[in-house]
Design a protein around this ligand. Sequence first.
Ligand code: 13P
Ligand code: SF4
Length: 305
Amino acid sequence: MNISGLQNEILRLKKENDVCILAHSYQAREICEIADYTGDSYKLSVDASRAPNKTILMCGVRFMAETCKILSPEKRVILAQPFAGCAMADQMDKALITEVKERYPGYTVVAYINTTAELKTVCDVCVTSSSAVKIVENIENKDILFIPDCNLGAYVAEKCPDKNIKLLNGGCPIHACVSVDDVKKAKAAYPGARLLVHPECVPAVCAMADYVGSTSGIMDYAQKSDAKEFIIGTEISIAEHLQYMCPEKTFHILSLKLICPNMKATTLVDVYNCLAKGGGEDITLEPQVIADARRCIDEMIRLGE
Ligand code: 13P
Ligand code: SF4
């Protein structure tokens, strides 16, 4: 069978079994094409909670599937590729943050959504890269403990100078690897191209960018901009998607370091296997974990609206 044959079979099976397919924008093009919803992690979590289907199939990473389960516990949520974790989400656990919180009494604990469901149970509010600044601005408390990404946290701190933001030493190993030197090389190779980066990049790299924003923010900016050439400073799949969306413009990847193996792990065949052969992993969470983690996701939706 070829790719389009497999895609047609997936479309038939998902309809037959009342499955809604979600694909994060870092997923391969052939997966985004058969998805009901695509987007950044914030959009996907809201889309999943509103979808009428009995089953949600997440093509993305584990914390995204857990977020869907927390928001829709009555639905069956399947992670298409069980090995797809997130290196950042696995950095900090509940025991560590419980201990750190004792050092910061009275602080509001703001967790990037790239955290485990278990860790969310001891946090106050979640944020995503597209909602972080707005949500932190809307929190009444001045004192914020921002976890786990110190680069996104530094970006938020710069945008919210009235807040007292404490950071921990975590972050995305993929985005954080990109250096000022990588940016200089890309700018020298493509002079005049606009540089768009994700706030998971280190502050020195963000400072060299024309735009800093979430995956959706980067895609919106590139589509609406009058500029014709761009360097994309996030997972390399975004440059490819943009090239299809805007064939008259030119998109370059910032660095080959920006390949997330976890996001690349899911294949179209995995999606087919989930629908046809019971593949993937059914996400199960303790009811108490769902209830406790839900508080901080509901807070995110309330403060982000
Ligand atoms: P977004 O919140 O922009 O979708 O990013 C998720 C992510 O994992 C970025 O590396
Ligand atoms: Fe996690 Fe980084 Fe991959 Fe995003 S790019 S899923 S933060 S490891």
